[in-house]
Write a protein that binds this ligand. Structure first.
Ligand SMILES: Nc1ncnc2c1ncn2[C@@H]1O[C@H](COP(=O)(O)OP(=O)(O)O)[C@@H](O)[C@H]1O
Ligand SMILES: [Mg+2]
Length: 276
């Protein structure tokens, strides 16, 4: 078997806004090509600090960050940024065009996509995020959730091989979140090398990831499969995080004397089991 290709490596990263307290404390992890990794943690656990360090907006006190084997330093920052798609928490900071269509076009123009192909790409991604009817609208007049869909379309249209979502769906309602998740899943199916690091509050999204990283008080307290985290109260309870709906159901059934067999491991298999 071929060794996995590491796209992001974070080594012993620490950062403190104040001298006596670290917001991020000796955190190490890596993300391999084709993986879908979710980084979760309670408010104040250090997620945004880590996101800012990964984007080169803060410089670490200690530790190193490598993208594609290159250290994230002043020399490499722009070439690295050009290779990753980033969807930020606050969509207001990422609009440049005067219409939704211009905005989705912006990255494509920078990437020298031929004018002929551009219209089709813009229309198809606007459609994917449910914003077809708004292509001529001014981004400023959209709702928060609509703005975020446009920002996501703009990044996805670039077809980056590595996307970092920084609380990107926090503004959307559950339905909107589900639509974006479905779209990303479809893109991953079409391109198995598409790599995702999602910094998120959404435990349902984290539960669907290949791997989760859990931050608590600036420290990494778990790294591994979601079920080994959410399925183990000793590990997840101290982090103050909620539990995905599946585990709540599982506990409720157990309280009624119904123990689920091990092959029932998510909502789909639970639905099937209960309908049998
Ligand atoms: N600009 C700042 N100045 C001082 N402390 C900060 C600042 N931003 C965040 N912090 C502190 O750093 C810690 C981590 O915060 P943050 O990275 O925003 O966590 P999260 O995104 O997980 O909610 C918290 O204790 C927070 O109070
Ligand atoms: Mg945050």
């Amino acid at each position: 078997m071929k060794a996995p290709e590491t796209l992001l490596e974070v080594r012993h990263l620490s950062y403190g806004y104040e001298e006596e307290r670290l917001a991020l404390d000796d955190v190490s992890f890596s993300v391999n090509k084709g993986e879908n990794v979710a980084l979760i943690g309670h408010n104040g656990s250090g997620k945004s600090t880590l996101a800012k360090l990964l984007m080169g907006l803060l410089a670490p006190n200690e530790g190193e960050i490598f993208f594609f084997g290159l250290p994230l330093d002043r020399k490499n920052l722009y070439s690295i940024r050009g290779q990753i798609g980033i969807v930020f928490q606050n969509p207001d900071n990422q609009f440049v065009g005067s219409t939704v269509a211009d905005d989705i076009a912006f990255g494509l123009e920078n990437a020298c996509v031929p004018q002929k192909e551009m219209q089709g790409i813009i229309e198809s991604f606007a459609e994917e995020v449910g914003m077809s009817a708004f292509l001529g609208h001014e981004p400023q007049n959209l709702s928060g959730g609509q703005k975020q869909r446009v920002a996501i379309a703009g990044v996805l249209a670039m077809k980056p091989s590595f996307i970092i979502f920084d609380e990107a769906t926090a503004m959307l309602d559950p339905k909107g979140r589900h639509e974006i998740a479905t779209l990303v899943a479809k893109m991953r199916k079409e391109n198995p090398d598409l790599t995702i690091l999602s910094i998120t509050h959404d435990i349902e999204e984290a539960n669907r990831a290949d791997r989760v990283l859990v931050l608590h008080s600036g420290k990494k307290v778990y790294e591994g499969k979601p079920d080994a985290f959410f399925g183990n109260p000793e590990i997840y309870e101290p982090t103050g995080l909620g539990r995905p709906f599946f585990y709540q159901m599982k506990d409720a059934l157990l309280a009624e004397g119904i123990a689920l067999p091990s092959e029932v491991c998510d909502l789909d298999s639970l639905r099937e089991y209960l309908c049998r």
